[in-house]
Design a protein around this ligand. Structure first.
Ligand SMILES: [Zn+2]
Length: 443
């Protein structure tokens, strides 16, 4: 174990027990799961005696698990029909689509370990009398075949009792009648907690308030799917006063991966999975370095995931957090296509930094910063005031300070911002790819 303690100092988020668990999942997968036994597939080292051997285990991708689902990725003798098995689909578009099968008990255990970083949220979710939850986001990411308003509530209720509220492919274009119905259903379902896209929920609350209606009471709100902007969070706090609100990173493949603590910093679950933040050429990232998260399941005997490239970009640190949680600190930066690449700045700029620059403007309903060329960045925003001069000058000035002088920065007030094809309106989008793991290893 001496080697491990050195690693723990050098590699943020390295956990020796999770590593042993990942090795066991890999050995199980190689013995029992067709995909990992496939002829012609690179098999990795015969024996794993430590992290150096592990680094030679081939990385896997979404497409590997989707291509021959479920036959190729379930352990021999196991089926999707076993009680307690959740089959998750979609959660993305095109190459991002996910197909995965996981045991519900494993998902619950992963969530409980993650939630240790936020005790009030944990109490609201795990100690809630009803235990029920609800979900509000675009149908594309909601985990049901159809969250359209024409689908009856029963068909929008997941296996674990979660009610998926009705929505439209672009939640920010939903008509008031539908928003009212989502609110009515939420009130009737009375969930212990609500899982929501922050921007979509803020829009719902804004429209309810405009119609003179009160927001349904909810014990806790978990913000996920897209980065929660300050503008959206203020709106949610205004209308859902007593609710515990926290941001979480959840993935349809794995469940809960990270959660915001009461201090507002994000903690990574490095116990229920073996997590590897990897930078150029597959090198373990240094603390604070932008890296792709590669995840290996621990204790999954149904459909283990081995060195799975999530495509999600993080920074991970090894310093303690004042909240006292011993889960490592991280920052979820998004995926390629959601970070700005700016000339003169060595590291890409993610939605968090952009949002800090935009700030919490009460005159702003929603915004999007987009980049189509390296030297050009555009901010579009939906104001709720008539005179936007001061608002726009402030926005441009603060974004200019973040992006530097080498970028042409334009701002325009718009009445509406369309969501992407997956129903999400991301605060930050870029046509310039950022793929730290695929960069060449420096010579
Ligand atoms: Zn903390």
């Amino acid at each position: 174990m001496a080697e491990y303690s050195v690693l723990q100092r050098r590699r943020p988020a390295f956990d020796a027990d999770a590593f042993e668990g990942a090795v066991a999942d890999f050995e199980f997968a190689r013995a029992r799961v067709p995909f990992f036994r496939r002829e012609g597939r690179e098999q990795g080292p015969a024996r794993i005696d430590g992290p150096a051997d592990w680094a030679r285990v081939p990385l896997t991708r979404r497409a590997d698990y989707r291509a021959d689902f479920p036959r190729g990725v379930l352990a021999r003798g196991r089926t999707l029909g076993e009680p307690g098995t959740l089959v998750q689909g979609s959660g993305g578009v095109g190459d991002d689509r996910v197909a995965t099968a996981v045991r519900a008990v494993l998902l619950a255990a992963r969530r409980a370990v993650t939630l240790a970083a936020h005790p009030p949220l944990r109490d609201a979710i795990l100690g809630g009398a009803s235990g029920r939850s609800a979900r509000y986001t675009a149908p594309e990411c909601s985990g049901v075949e159809c969250a359209s308003p024409y689908t009856p509530m029963e068909r929008r209720t997941l296996g674990d009792g979660t009610l998926v509220l009705p929505s439209t492919p672009d939640p920010l274009a939903a008509p008031d009648a539908l928003l009212g119905r989502a609110a009515d259903e939420l009130r009737a379902h009375a969930p212990a907690w609500l899982e929501a896209d922050a921007t979509a929920l803020a829009f719902l609350l804004r429209r309810l308030a405009a119609a003179g209606r009160e927001a349904p009471p909810v014990g806790a709100i978990v913000l996920t799917y897209t980065p929660a902007t300050r503008v959206a969070r203020r709106r949610i706090a205004e209308h859902c006063g007593p609710a515990v609100v926290a941001e979480a990173v959840t993935m349809s493949e794995f469940g809960w991966l990270a959660v915001e603590c009461p201090r507002g910093l994000t903690h990574l679950n490095n116990r229920s999975y073996f997590v590897e933040p990897l930078a150029g050429g597959g090198r373990p990232a240094a603390p604070g370095e932008l890296a792709e998260m590669v995840v290996t399941s621990v204790g999954d005997r149904l459909s283990p995931h081995i060195r799975y490239r999530t495509g999600d970009l993080y920074r991970v640190w090894d310093e303690p957090c004042p909240c006292g949680s011993d889960l490592p600190l991280c920052r979820f930066e998004g995926r390629s296509g959601t970070l700005l690449t700016v000339p003169g700045r060595p590291a890409p700029i993610g939605a968090r930094d952009v949002d800090r620059a935009v700030g919490d403007c009460p005159e702003l309903d929603v915004y999007q910063v987009s980049q189509h060329r390296e030297d050009e960045v555009r901010v579009e925003y939906v104001p709720n005031v008539k005179d936007t001069r001061a608002l726009e000058d402030g926005l441009v000035e603060r974004l200019r300070a973040l992006l530097g002088e080498r970028v042409r920065l334009t701002a325009s007030a718009v009445r509406y911002l369309p969501a992407g094809p997956d129903g999400r309106l991301r605060p930050c989008v870029s046509d310039l790819p950022v793929r730290p793991l695929d960069q060449e290893r420096p010579a």
